[in-house]
Write a protein that binds this ligand. Structure first.
Ligand code: BG6
Ligand code: MG
Length: 210
């Protein structure tokens, strides 16, 4: 039994993949850089600036640090405009039911996400009242696969990593969880990752593990 459960946000609690894709695609199109769903998949769990570096690596043009910051900012403005369309309906009933059941069992729940928009997303979807702590892109200096975001989440919960499970859909997130000493549980793409401690097909299966 684990005392705490730490959830990645994008791809675990809901999916904003399409919005990230649309925002990055518009930037890439303006720059004439090839960008498709396959490249977008590589951005999962990766920070905004690292995502930009992956996109720009498809181009031979050299961008200054100022240009990169401006591009990342432009992408974020477009992404946030798209996020405004989010409602509580973006979260599957199974996700809410699983969170409620875990809380009813006395588990402490946290979010551990690389996104600096985590709090906005939690608020728009009404998930903000479901968690005891939030650790996100605003309180870390190193992105997954570094364990910092999950170590902070455990710290915010007042628990040791060994007492917590981490649920992730990204390979980098599973690596981060393992590096931090957490039980790693993979869902989606990460369910097939050979380093994942446990794999689930849907979130409610968590109730059999933690
Ligand atoms: C992660 C997403 O949750 O957040 C990544 O999986 C994204 O695709 C990262 O790049 C950073 O998001 P934001 O909202 O800070 O630009
Ligand atoms: Mg994710």
């Amino acid at each position: 039994m684990k005392k705490g459960v730490i959830f990645d946000l994008d791809g675990v609690l809901l999916s904003t993949d399409d919005m990230h894709y649309a925002a990055w695609k518009s930037i890439a199109d303006e720059l004439g850089i090839p960008f498709d769903r396959q490249i977008n998949n590589r951005l999962r769990g990766v920070s905004r600036m690292e995502s930009l570096e992956i996109i720009l690596s498809q181009s031979s043009r050299v961008f200054s640090p100022e240009e990169k910051l401006a591009l990342a900012e432009r992408k974020n403005e477009r992404y946030r405009a798209l996020l405004q369309g989010l409602t509580p309906a973006a979260v599957a009933p199974e996700v809410r039911d699983t969170l409620s059941a875990l809380r009813a069992r006395g588990r402490k729940l946290a979010v551990g996400s690389s996104s600096k928009n985590t709090r906005l997303i939690l608020k728009l979807t009404g998930l903000d009242s479901c968690f005891d702590a939030v650790s996100d892109g605003t309180n870390i200096t190193r992105s997954k696969p570094d364990p910092e975001v999950f170590l902070k989440a455990a710290d915010f919960l007042g628990l040791a990593p060994a007492d917590c499970a981490v649920i992730e859909d990204a390979v980098a997130g599973i690596d981060a969880a393992r590096a931090g000493g957490f039980l790693s549980i993979g869902i989606g793409d990460a369910a097939a990752y050979e380093k994942t401690d446990r794999s689930i097909r849907s979130l409610s299966e968590l109730l059999e593990i933690v």
